[in-house]
Design a protein around this ligand. Structure first.
Ligand code: HEM
Length: 298
């Protein structure tokens, strides 16, 4: 399968934007025309991943609704944490190497959709040091490598939406000061990896409630692998992580979220949630380029 949207697997880019829109127009032809305009790259170095929330896809192209697409609903954790939904209609992730061009593309998308939508969320981010989250830990170490990333991310042949991917966006705001007050050894127990060189903790050193323990999940013997492309963002106001993942089955993400929230049998929640708060959450579907062209046809 080679007709996936290229930005999904882009590992070169270091400047990013995610923008999310609620479509207010009911005119299908106008909506499609606006999206066609929005996804034209402003430069050949820019890649865009466009994805659709369930309600919008049902409206503009119901035949192309993949079976497992659903709207994300707020999940309450057994131990008092919560993951809120901001489920909406249209999702763009822009990847580039030049902040000016990423901004030009962000504005182009916003202007193309002006009048038919409202902006729900728009977050700029960047590659921080050697691919680290703002906590200082490398993010992405256990991402599936080479061919395995395609298996983790892409909807398999024979399923509706084949060659496309289910997308999950979730904005997290860190309490960095609180995290940084912890001695490094304790931070490592929160994450489940060493800080400097990102080596996974082993045996008794790995707590059951570390982030790695909660997200390295199996179901019926199958590893629930996902392909993560999150990016950090930060200013004097807010600091955090725009968590982005692509998966062949949203069930894999659901399981990880439940394990983070303490909603699985063992009842442990992820220590990371004591230092970071989820403030948004949404599922969408990024069709293959072939299917995208059909969806956007008049
Ligand atoms: C505050 C938000 C988050 C932060 C700062 C964060 C950071 C990290 C870090 C530092 C690692 C270890 C290195 C690596 O393998 O990438 C990691 C691993 C991982 N995270 Fe997160 N993450 C966050 C949220 C999430 C969420 C919401 C999910 C799932 C929906 C998730 C899924 C994973 C997975 C699958 C791994 C790899 C586990 C393994 O197999 O070893 N993360 N994350």
């Amino acid at each position: 399968m080679t007709n996936y949207q290229l930005g999904i697997f882009n590992e070169e880019g270091n400047i990013f934007n995610v923008s999310e829109f609620e479509v207010t127009s009911s005119d299908v032809s106008t909506i499609k025309k606006a999206i066609r305009k929005a996804v034209k790259p402003v430069d050949e170095t820019i890649e865009i991943v466009v994805s659709f929330g369930k309600t919008l896809l049902e409206k503009i192209s119901p035949n192309h609704l993949p079976d497992k697409l659903k709207s994300f609903e707020t999940i309450k954790g057994k131990n008092g944490h919560e993951m809120p939904s901001n489920q909406s209609d249209l999702y763009f992730r822009i990847i580039g190497g030049d902040a000016s061009l990423v901004l030009d593309q962000t504005i182009k998308i916003q202007e193309a959709l002006d009048g038919i939508s409202e902006v729900v969320l728009s977050e700029n981010g960047f590659k921080y040091k050697d691919c680290r989250d703002l906590t200082g830990f490398v993010d992405g170490s256990a991402n599936p490598k080479e061919e395995k990333k395609y298996l983790a991310a892409l909807i398999p042949e024979g399923e509706k939406g084949e060659g496309g991917t289910y997308v999950f966006h979730q904005k997290w705001i860190h309490n960095l000061q609180k995290f940084n007050e912890l001695p490094v050894g304790v931070q490592e127990k929160v994450i489940g990896r060493t800080k400097v060189d990102s080596i996974e903790l082993e045996g008794d050193d790995m707590p059951v409630d570390s982030h790695v323990s909660r997200t390295d999940a199996k179901h019926d013997g199958v590893a629930m692998k996902i392909w993560r492309r999150s990016f950090p963002f930060g200013s004097a106001k807010e600091k955090g992580l725009m968590f982005i993942t692509y998966t062949c089955d949203p069930f894999r993400v659901d399981i990880q979220l439940d394990r983070m929230l303490g909603n699985t049998e063992d009842g442990h929640s992820d220590q990371i949630m004591n230092y970071s708060t989820a403030v948004s959450g949404a599922y969408s579907f990024a069709p293959s380029t072939l299917e995208l062209a059909t969806i956007l046809e008049d």
